[in-house]
Design a protein around this ligand. Structure first.
Ligand SMILES: [Zn+2]
Length: 143
């Protein structure tokens, strides 16, 4: 599309040069009409390019946001390790050793393995009556 626009602009420049040097008034009128048509053609192509660039910038912002989301999920995931618990698996929160002074360490907990792996959602499991339950996908792990 850019090469088409470049070719149109080059054609416009050639026509403009021809119009400047034309002495025959009939040929000059024909060249002016052709020149006007070329200007309209170039304007249309420029508007089309501006639209494409605008779409690409929007898509670029959406992709940057998606990358931020995936990086956040990855950081989330790195905070947990898969452990075998009773009859199944859970992700256990990894305690951070270098908790800075003034901040509190996150309490030890398990999150649902299917929810984190498949649904990309962190769901803390609740423990009662000898098993861990997920409130979202209803998975349960008996201890
Ligand atoms: Zn779940």
């Amino acid at each position: 599309m850019i090469s088409s626009l470049t070719a149109s602009v080059n054609g416009l420049v050639t026509l403009a040069s021809t119009a400047i040097n034309e002495r025959d008034t009939q040929k000059l009128a024909a060249t002016r009409a052709e020149l006007t048509q070329k200007v309209i053609e170039v304007q249309s192509k420029v508007l089309s390019q501006v639209g494409m660039i605008s779409d690409m910038l929007t898509e670029r912002e959406e992709l940057k946001e998606r990358i931020r989301e995936l990086e956040q999920q990855l950081r989330y995931r790195e905070s947990y390790r898969l452990v075998s618990v009773g009859t199944g698996f859970c992700y256990e929160f990894k305690q951070v050793a270098d908790v800075t002074e003034g901040s509190e360490a996150e309490a030890s907990h398990f999150v649902c393995q299917p929810c984190l792996d498949v649904r990309r959602q962190k769901v803390v499991l609740t423990f009662s009556r000898g098993r861990y339950d997920c409130s979202e996908c209803k998975a349960s792990v008996r201890v």
